[in-house]
Design a protein around this ligand. Structure first.
Ligand code: GLU
Length: 488
């Protein structure tokens, strides 16, 4: 049941490519606001600019929102009482609404040719004034209009902006904002192909979808007077607005691809946890006014509020994201890391191998202090997933002496006598072998690590032994004895 006091917000992306981190922030703030207030979070696809439409973009947007945990209540593929939620499926609605404006005299047909508009633009550019339609067609007589229509002249429909007016509106982030009508263009509402522009479709849909709060990026602030005018002409209640601060590069320029990744999917591909990315994005322009920096989604929902959004641009600092990623990873239990490791394995060179859960849990347990990303578990310790294919030449030079193969053979023999060994048993066996060979423990430990892992460093060698198990460990020792060439 629709409750008239219920908060309804929307994320209204245009499917022009990938989901931008700025888009994720807008979606997140809408989501948090809805969840905090028991409201409804709508996804609406604003695809009326056919020149910028990218096939597949809607699916990838939805995939990214779901990955990030921003489940929407209404929208494409979810349904709802206010659909369709894709603007290109709502064209007749916009056309009917624009007709209302024409009938009222609040909009007018414009038959200006692209050539005429271009010339006007050039002239205004020369005069260094920002582009504003000169209202040539506002003054056409009825007969002139009828003549054009009977000739099927291509035309657009423009908003009639009153002269000499100051629009004021309250923005939840910026407070009172003011716009002079002198600076507002007679915006095209309906294009000659029958498609609405963003402004018309956006306002009509926000109204028809009962949107109570419009939370969106600052770049849309300048559109507000046009939108306010449309609400007035249609006689509709104006929703509350909150314009979110710009995202900036560390040098305070507008966040751009040139200085780093801006697509959410790039961060996912790099292995950032969604919890870390969400936490990071949440703090780009919002903080609850205390010292807390690490938030889970439920904590964000509990603390989020529009008045705590900052006006000043938010700097995108990748070091902070890395730190948050590390912190969120640290907070996960081994069991929570397990499915993430399985996902990574499925995309790795080991995708065709099977590993039991308890084996992987042991790997996670010994490696977790050494990882910043899940994939580090594989990249820093590939030897848990396959026997080493080669041995680090530096470590070989330092650790594999002429006497090493004989010593390793004795060690392997000692190991083979152990029954169900744990790491302490391996350790005792190594000490015993070292004593009987009258050699320090280190002369066995380092080459043993090399034989098991191919590497010179890593977690404790007895832990590696326990994880790999006796058979595998002994096989690796023998393989190393036969493969590593002893310095002459
Ligand atoms: N379609 C616009 C965009 O791509 C939506 C702006 C708004 O939320 O009003 O960002």
């Amino acid at each position: 049941m629709q409750n008239s006091a219920q908060i309804r917000v929307r994320f209204a992306p245009s499917p022009t490519g990938f989901l931008h981190v700025g888009g994720l922030r807008t979606a997140l703030y809408n989501y948090l606001f809805a969840r905090k207030n028991g409201g409804v979070f709508v996804l609406r696809i604003e695809d009326t600019d056919r020149n910028r439409y990218v096939p597949g973009a809607v699916d990838s947007l939805i995939t990214m929102l779901r990955w990030a945990g921003l489940d929407y209540d209404e929208g494409p593929a979810a349904g709802g009482d206010f659909g369709p939620y894709i603007q290109s499926e709502r064209l007749t609605l916009y056309q009917a609404h624009v007709q209302r404006l024409l009938d009222q005299g609040n909009a007018y047909r414009c038959f200006c040719t692209p050539e005429r508009l271009e010339e006007m633009r050039r002239k205004q550019e020369k005069e260094k004034s920002s582009f504003k339609y000169d209202r040539h067609c506002l003054f056409l007589s009825d007969t002139e209009i009828q003549t054009h229509l009977s000739k099927n002249s291509p035309h657009v429909i423009r908003l009639k902006v009153p002269d000499g007016e100051t629009f004021t509106a309250a923005d939840e982030v910026r407070g009172e904002v003011e716009f002079s009508s002198e600076r507002v263009d007679d915006q095209i509402l309906l294009k000659s192909d029958g498609y609405p522009t963003y402004h018309l479709a956006n306002v009509v849909d926000d109204h028809l979808m009962n949107i109570t709060h419009v939370i969106r990026g600052e770049e849309w602030l300048s559109s507000m007077p046009k939108h306010l005018l449309l609400y007035r002409y249609f006689g509709w209640n104006v929703p509350k607005f909150a314009h979110l601060p710009l995202l900036l590069n560390p040098d305070r320029s507008k966040l751009s691809k040139r200085q780093g990744d801006v697509a959410v999917e790039d961060y996912r591909a790099k292995g950032y946890l969604k919890e870390a990315l969400i936490n990071f994005i949440a703090l780009l322009g919002w903080n609850p006014g205390d010292e807390q920096e690490i938030f889970t989604m439920p904590e964000l929902i509990a603390k989020f509020s529009l008045p705590d959004i900052n006006k000043a641009g938010a700097i995108f600092n990748i070091e902070k994201l890395n730190w948050l990623n590390f912190e969120h990873l640290r907070r996960k239990s081994d069991a929570e890391v397990l499915p993430l490791l399985r996902e990574e394995l499925a995309q790795s060179a080991y995708k065709d191998k099977t590993f039991p859960d308890d084996y992987l849990l042991k790997v996670i347990h010994v490696m977790r202090e050494r990882m910043s990303f899940i994939r580090d578990l594989i990249e820093k310790s590939p030897y848990f997933f396959d026997a080493p294919g080669s041995y680090d030449p530096d470590a070989v030079r330092k650790r594999w002496m002429s006497q090493t193969p004989g010593q390793m053979k004795s060690l392997a023999e000692e190991f083979s006598r152990l029954r169900d060994p744990r790491k302490d048993d391996y350790e005792n066996a190594l000490h015993k072998t070292a004593a009987s060979l009258a050699t320090p423990n280190g002369t066995l430990i380092h080459p043993l690590r090399l034989a098991l892992s191919g590497r010179g460093g890593g977690p404790g060698v007895f832990e590696i032994l326990e994880i790999l198990g006796k058979e595998e460990s002994i096989a690796r020792i023998h393989h190393a004895i036969h493969t590593i060439s002893v310095p002459s």
